[in-house]
Design a protein around this ligand. Structure first.
Ligand code: GAL
Length: 400
C-alpha cells in the first residue's frame, strides 16, 4: 500500500546508467571484444554493434531528458581513448567531451565512469591489473581524460564494481570450478590490492584535474543475509567480496551502491534461493528491497556521513509491469533509508537501454527497448513511470 510520498532531498540525482561496451558497439580494441570472438571463452554471443550508441548517444539522451530524468551515468571507453599504449586519441576524447556537453545542454547531469569492466587489449596483454606498472598506466589514462571531465562534470566513478573484477579474476584462476552454485567465487587477492591502488591513484588524478569533482567508485552489493547462527560466517564471507572495497572508499566524496538481489548464508556458506522463488531473466531471486539493505550495510561499514548514490539497480525481465513492481519496492526501501537518516543523494536505474549483458542480449534490463536490426528505441511504460517520478520529485513510500 502506498503511503504519503517522500520529497527528493535537494540536488537528488535521478537517472539511468549505461556502460560503453554494453551499448556503443564495435569496441574492437577491448579485451572483451577479443574474448567474445574466442571460441575457447564460450561466450554465448558477441556484442557486435550493441545498441550503436556510439553514433546514437544524442537520441539516448533526448529520450532520457524527455522522460523526466535529470542525470545520466555513462562510461568512457579506455580502449578507444588509448587504443595503443601511450597513444591517446584526440578524436575519441573530443567524442566523450561532446557527450558531456550534450548531456548538459539537455539538462542531464553527467556521472562519468572511467572504467566499466573493459580494458584495452594492450593492457590485458601485458598482464592486466596485477602486472607491474598497471596502476600508473591507469592513472595516466585518467589524467588524459582531463578534457572530458574538467568542466561541467560533478560526479566521476573511477572503477565500476572493483569487487566483481577481483571475483572474476579469482574465477578465471580457478578454471571451470570458478563459479559456485550460490554466492560468488573467491576474489583474487592480488587483483583486489591492485584495483584499490588504482582507485586511490585515480582519485588523486581526478582531484588534480578539478578539485570540485565528487569522486568515488561503485561497489556490487549482494545483500548477504545471515541465517540464525551464521552471522560470523557471513561477515567472513562478505569481507573480501565487499567490505574491503567499501573501506577503501574512505576519503572519497561519495560511494556508489549497486544491488539487484540477495544471497542467504548458512553455517556452511551461501544457499541457493528455493526452487519456488521468483527469478528474473538472470536467474537472480526477485528481491526489490535489495538496494535498501545494500545502502544500510554500506553506511554501517563506511560511516553514516559518507554520501551514498545508488549508481545501479534494476531487473532483467520481459514483463515490464514486473519492472515497475520491482522499482516500486526498491524505491520504498530507499525512501525508508532516507527516513532513517541515511545520506542518500541519488538513484540511477540499470539500465537506460536493453543492452549487451556481458555475453548475451537476452537479459533485458532496459527502460528503453532497442530493435537489434534498426536500433530503433522505444521507451517502455516503466521508463515513462520512472521518469515521471523525476518530474514530481517524489519517491513512493510504502507501509505494510
Ligand atoms: C552490474 C554491471 C553492469 C550490468 C549489471 C546487470 O554488475 O555493472 O554492467 O551488467 O550488473 O547485470
Amino acid at each position: 500500500m502506498t503511503d504519503t510520498s517522500l520529497h527528493f532531498p535537494d540536488g537528488f540525482l535521478w537517472g539511468a546508467s549505461t556502460a560503453a561496451h554494453q551499448i556503443e558497439g564495435n569496441n574492437v580494441n577491448s579485451d572483451w571484444w577479443r574474448k567474445e570472438h574466442d571460441p575457447a571463452a564460450k561466450i554465448p554471443e558477441p556484442s557486435l554493434d550493441a545498441c550503436d550508441s556510439y553514433h546514437r548517444w544524442e537520441q539516448d539522451m533526448d529520450l532520457l531528458a524527455g522522460l523526466g530524468f535529470t542525470d545520466y551515468r555513462f562510461s568512457v571507453e579506455w580502449a578507444r581513448v588509448e587504443p595503443v599504449a601511450g597513444t591517446f586519441s584526440r578524436a575519441e576524447i573530443a567524442h566523450y567531451r561532446r557527450m558531456v556537453d550534450g548531456a548538459l545542454s539537455r539538462g542531464l547531469r553527467p556521472l562519468v565512469t572511467l572504467h566499466h569492466f573493459t580494458l584495452p587489449q594492450w593492457f590485458e596483454d601485458r598482464g592486466g591489473w596485477t602486472a607491474d606498472g598497471a596502476v600508473d598506466l591507469f592513472a595516466r589514462y585518467v589524467e588524459n581524460c582531463a578534457p572530458i571531465i574538467a568542466g561541467g562534470v560533478r560526479h566521476v566513478c573511477t572503477i565500476n564494481e572493483p569487487n566483481m573484477i577481483a571475483v572474476m579474476a579469482g574465477a578465471a584462476k580457478a578454471g571451470d570450478h570458478g563459479f559456485p552454485p550460490a554466492g560468488l567465487p573467491t576474489p583474487d587477492e592480488d587483483t583486489t590490492h591492485a584495483v584499490i591502488a588504482a582507485h586511490h591513484a585515480a582519485v588523486k588524478a581526478v582531484r588534480a584535474i578539478n578539485p570540485g569533482i565528487q569522486v568515488g567508485w561503485s561497489i556490487a552489493n549482494q545483500v548477504y543475509q545471515a541465517l540464525p547462527g551464521a552471522e560470523d560466517v557471513t561477515a567472513a564471507y562478505r569481507y573480501p567480496r565487499e567490505d574491503v572495497f567499501i573501506e577503501a572508499a574512505r576519503g572519497d566524496d561519495y560511494i556508489g551502491v549497486q544491488s539487484y538481489t540477495r544471497t542467504k548464508i548458512g553455517p556452511d556458506g551461501p544457499i541457493p534461493a528455493p526452487q519456488d522463488a521468483e527469478r528474473t531473466l538472470t536467474q537472480w531471486e526477485y528481491y526489490p528491497p535489495a538496494v535498501g539493505h545494500a545502502l544500510r550495510h554500506t553506511a554501517d561499514v563506511i560511516g553514516r556521513g559518507m554520501p551514498l548514490i545508488v549508481t545501479e539497480v534494476g531487473i532483467a525481465t520481459s514483463d515490464d509491469t514486473r519492472r515497475v513492481d520491482y522499482y516500486t519496492g526498491s524505491l520504498a526501501a530507499v525512501a525508508a533509508a532516507i527516513d532513517d537518516g541515511l545520506n542518500i543523494q541519488g538513484y540511477l536505474a540499470w539500465s537506460a537501454l536493453d543492452n549487451y549483458e556481458w555475453g548475451s542480449y537476452k537479459p533485458t534490463f532496459g527502460l528503453i527497448a532497442v530493435d537489434p536490426v534498426t536500433f530503433e528505441r522505444t521507451p517502455k511504460p516503466s521508463a515513462v513511470w520512472l521518469g515521471n517520478l523525476g518530474r514530481v520529485r517524489e519517491l513512493p513510500r510504502t507501509t505494510t
